[in-house]
Design a protein around this ligand. Structure first.
Ligand code: ADP
Length: 154
């Protein structure tokens, strides 16, 4: 049994938003260590490169001591085993997040019962924020600063 409670917060983070930031900041007091991990999904088309997304995450969480950032290939469950994490952290905005996340969490439970998925519900003012809408605004020349963590330099 690991001494530390380590949680992996997996996602695309294309780019990181205030929604992600809120979830990680609140989870940082619940776990000993959080690894915010960019899953490299070859089927998804990304706006920002892995290197850019990693840098934005580093800028976001530099001041929270127990938050690390990383990238991984393959199954999230396998990455969790590699870094000795017993928890997967996910954020919930609405019912469609819940329906989608529930299935993944249940299938992960079948694959690896020792790893628990933990959900935090976002506050009402962040429900509308998604990376995909932030990308659309950015691509069309709009200002995204109010939707991303203050230290991120996009
Ligand atoms: P994915 O590509 O796996 O959906 P994302 O980068 O979009 O990854 O999101 C990673 C996690 O952050 C998911 O659990 C997602 O539900 C959560 N999340 C995204 N936006 C918000 C938000 N505004 N509030 C709370 N959680 C959020």
């Amino acid at each position: 049994m690991p001494m530390n409670k380590i949680a992996v917060f997996p996602g695309s983070f294309d780019p990181v938003t205030l929604g992600h930031y809120n979830i990680v900041k609140r989870a940082a007091v619940l776990f000993d260590k959080i690894i915010v991990a960019i899953g490299t999904n070859p089927d998804k088309k990304h706006l920002f490169t892995i290197e850019q997304r990693l840098l934005f995450l580093q800028q976001s969480f530099a001041e929270i001591d127990n938050v690390m950032v990383d990238t991984y290939d393959g199954l999230t469950i396998d990455y969790c085993k590699k870094v000795d994490a017993k928890y997967i952290l996910r954020g919930l905005r609405n019912n469609s997040d819940f329906d989608f996340e529930k299935s993944i969490a249940q299938m992960n439970q079948d694959i690896e019962p020792e790893i628990e998925t933990v959900f935090l519900v976002c506050p009402p003012h962040l429900t509308a924020i998604s990376s995909s809408i932030v990308r659309d605004i950015y691509k069309n020349g709009g200002h995204i600063q109010q939707f991303i963590p203050p230290f991120v330099n996009i």
